[in-house]
Design a protein around this ligand. Structure first.
Ligand code: PA5
Length: 445
């Protein structure tokens, strides 16, 4: 595994002594993880998942993916938050954000149930018409409103178009092992089911069936993904001042304590956009509590240098950047010399475009550090399944340690309930009558 923590561009912002000073706290966080004695220790199933996963289920995931790839033109994956982001992130990083336009040997994959937008849902339905469709409903609780609503629509769509029996064959449910409405429904209807383990929270679940089934359906190599994660687990579970994962967690907290409360995750690869979204959920839900936390934000450069670049260079000095530097592009493009240099760009010619992209990265890192923004570089070989598996584990473990350094429980999310209670009350869900009156009075003010 080869994720390199490059601290060169922290010079002038973080001193070696500061890493030394925080290290005892890193040791403590490591011990809390290993001995399962920290807050949220019921949710540490992800720590050894890359080696301790259910092998029988893994084989069933592969078999189901092979079936879906052969009998479906479209797979609709229904889920939200941790039951959505990881799968989409890996598929787009490996296969490209244009996957649905370029795919030739498997189903198009659309993600539903991640909003309450009727227009978005109607558009996906339009993409399904006349095609052979399968559905993977993913919800650990089985009760989350957004996916439940979308599933109601797609279940009916399937039953109306292929009949109840065939619909049963085409619905795959990923949910709790034993509890919840979705599990009961799946058992009653005879849908094939996959498990979200009890001790793995939604945002840590990409390496369970939650992520693995859609990822395998896209034709990604899930053995390589797990191998990358397993190698990362072996490397980053070792307590050492040189552990790149722990150094990243430490650097974030050192910078936070110096007033850099915003982390800007930057990548020079648009196919990484959804990985940014996955990272934002992982860190946002894990750390943003008790009125504390680093705010995770993201950009894709050079695209966003033309929108956010001004602020990063010259705006409020509240942030640091973490740049994911991908060494080998998935595809390259050779820039040819033009006969008459009509655009004056021949100085870029006779080389691969990835070289130009990397010079943009280097130039930007220097400009932003000159502008007072500390830059962490995380160097990754490629966006292969193996390297992504490693990166996922790296970020998960760093997040847990970082949360413990902050003094929060990185594995709960009490804050996400508030909007749900208000929404249910305003929609008249039984049991929410008092709250409804209270909220409507506030809205009327
Ligand atoms: O990380 C989390 O726990 C959340 O983002 C959940 O994944 C999300 O709310 C979806 O929950 P569920 O899988 O129960 O539908």
């Amino acid at each position: 595994m080869s994720i390199k923590f490059n601290a060169k561009h922290l010079n002038g912002f973080v001193r070696d002594e500061e890493f030394a000073a925080i290290y005892p706290q890193v040791e403590l966080a490591h011990q809390m993880l290993e001995s399962k004695t920290g807050p949220g220790n019921d949710f540490l199933g992800w720590t050894d998942l890359p080696v301790a996963y259910d092998k029988e289920e893994f084989a069933r995931i592969k078999a189901a993916a092979a079936r879906i790839r052969s009998d479906s033109d479209v797979l609709v994956v229904i889920g939200i938050g941790g039951s959505y982001l990881g799968a989409r992130a890996v598929i787009e990083a490996v296969k490209g954000a244009m996957y649905n336009c370029t795919v030739q040997d498997g189903p198009q994959i659309f993600f539903a149930g991640n909003s309450i937008s009727p227009a978005y849902l109607q558009d996906i339905l339009d993409c399904c018409r006349g095609k052979r469709v399968s559905v993977n409903i993913i919800s650990k609780s089985g009760t989350t409103t957004e996916p439940a609503l979308a599933f109601r629509v797609f279940k009916k769509y399937l039953e109306d178009t292929v009949g109840v029996e065939e619909a049963r064959r085409r619905i795959y449910a990923t949910t709790d092992r034993a509890r919840g409405t979705l599990k009961q429904l799946a058992d009653a209807e005879g849908w094939e089911t996959f498990v979200v383990p009890d001790d793995v929270g939604g945002r840590y679940s990409v390496l369970t069936a939650v992520g693995l089934l859609p990822i395998a359906c896209a034709g990604c190599d899930i053995d390589a993904l797990m191998k990358g994660a397993a190698d990362a687990m072996a490397e980053y579970s070792v307590l050492s001042p040189d552990n790149a994962c722990y150094r990243y967690a430490a650097a974030r907290n050192i910078l936070y304590r110096k007033g850099k409360a915003v982390e800007l995750m930057a990548c020079y690869e648009p196919n990484f956009t959804m990985m940014n979204e996955w990272y934002k959920q992982l860190y946002g839900e894990s750390e943003g509590k008790d009125q504390k936390g680093l705010m995770p934000t993201s950009v894709v450069f050079s695209t966003d240098l033309h929108s956010m670049g001004q602020f990063v260079q010259d705006g409020a000095r509240i942030m640091f950047e973490t740049v994911v530097d991908i060494k080998k592009p998935t595809r390259d493009l050779f820039i040819e010399r033009s006969a008459d240099n009509f655009d004056g760009l021949d100085f870029l010619a006779d080389q691969n475009m990835s070289v130009v992209n990397h010079k943009a990265l280097e130039g930007t890192v220097l400009a932003h550090t000159d502008g007072g923004v500390p830059n962490i570089l995380l160097e990754l070989d490629s966006l292969s399944e193996y390297d992504l598996g490693g990166l996922i584990y790296f970020f998960e473990r760093a997040c847990a340690v970082s949360g413990y350094l902050l003094g929060v429980n990185p594995f709960d999310q009490p804050g996400v309930e508030s909007y749900k209670k208000n929404m249910f009350a305003l929609l008249g869900k039984p049991g929410y009558e008092d709250r409804k009156a209270e909220l409507e009075a506030k809205l009327a003010d």
